[in-house]
Design a protein around this ligand. Structure first.
Ligand SMILES: *Cc1c(COP(=O)(O)O)cnc(C)c1O
Length: 248
């Protein structure tokens, strides 16, 4: 109905502005200055292009999606200067479609084994795009999960990406937290401990290793615990109406 959609105008943009304020305040509380210190990935999975456009129109450029086919469908309908982050589980047989279909893919946050790292590395070379930024996804919850390398394996995988995949740029670590998409201070602490080990092993300063942690329910706490990249969906775009377990 026209009245409904008129009433919806600007809702996502307003919610986004308020998220940005909260991010800034949390960054200041943690001793960091300016919004530049924490990147906000606006997670738009299951949401229409029109809502993404609202947030784009107030100046935001970084968006995140979980499903390959959904991102391939949406990206061409939106401006090319969007920096897309892929944050879902990625099967190696979909890597080529993802990179070929989304030239402005800025980062894959969910590299969780050598196989997918190798495949992304190969595809970058074969399509001739610039090196792809990646994060290594860590399972910090101790729960049985297919997704995320165990903390004890993060150094090895980070080394593999950094030293064995010349077409990938290792940028840091990501965690979801618990299987139900909540996280605890222990998850954040565990990721931060992983960073210490990885940076020691690679001989890089911690400032060069991002921490992607924090979602709608807990991004302020995550920032206070050192997050440099928060992934915020429902607080910006509203509750998702269909289940997150959708086919890739
Ligand atoms: C959906 C999703 C988010 C956003 O979750 P919200 O709670 O809606 O903010 C963040 N990270 C990942 C990996 C997701 O799949």
């Amino acid at each position: 109905m026209a009245t409904t959609s008129a009433a919806m105008d600007g809702v996502a943009a307003a919610a986004f502005q308020s998220v940005i304020q909260r991010v800034q305040q949390a960054a200041e509380r943690s001793g960091r200055r300016g919004p530049q210190q924490v990147r906000v990935v606006a997670v738009s999975k299951t949401k229409p292009v029109s809502l993404i456009r609202q947030v784009y129109d107030v100046g935001h450029r970084c968006f995140g999606e979980n499903y390959v086919q959904e991102l391939i469908d949406k990206a061409p309908q939106l401006p090319e200067d969007i920096e897309w982050h892929f944050i879902g589980n990625l099967q190696s047989n979909k890597a080529k479609a993802l990179l070929a279909g989304v030239p402005n893919l800025a980062m894959v946050e969910s590299v969780d084994d050598e196989k997918i790292a190798n495949q992304l590395n190969r595809v970058v070379a074969s399509i001739g795009r610039k090196p792809l930024k990646v994060l290594v996804q860590v399972n910090t919850s101790g729960e049985e999960s297919k997704f995320g390398v165990e903390p004890s394996g993060c150094v090895e995988l980070a080394k593999h990406v950094s030293l064995g995949c010349p077409n990938l740029e290792f940028c840091g670590l990501m965690t979801i937290g618990m299987l139900d998409y909540s996280s605890t201070p222990e998850n954040f602490k565990a990721l931060s401990n992983c960073r210490t080990e990885v940076c020691k092993a690679l001989g890089i300063p911690e400032e060069q290793c991002e921490l992607s942690m924090g979602m709608s329910a807990d991004f302020e706490q995550a920032i206070e615990m050192g997050s440099t990249n928060v992934r915020i969906g429902s607080t910006i775009f509203g509750a998702r109406e269909y289940p997150k377990k959708q086919s890739n």
